[in-house]
Write a protein of this length. Structure first.
Length: 65
């Protein structure tokens, strides 16, 4: 799995600007982990976590303007 993710990351970086890809990747990773834990593990998502998701998304958008 690590090899596949590494190769995918190398392909993405080679075709796009790193300064735009890294913030998107880091923000998406945190959001993806939160939603996967909700659906797969039955974790609850609080209002503060949802505010955090909105903040991360807004930050990624602002960094890419």
């Amino acid at each position: 799995m690590y090899v596949v993710s590494f190769l995918l990351w190398m392909i993405i970086i080679s075709k796009n600007d790193v300064s735009k890809i890294v913030p998107i990747g880091l923000g998406a990773t945190n959001i993806l982990i939160m939603f996967l834990s909700y659906f797969l593990l039955g974790e609850s998502i609080s209002m503060i976590q949802l505010i955090g998701v909105v903040t991360v998304i807004a930050g990624v958008i602002l960094m890419n303007i």
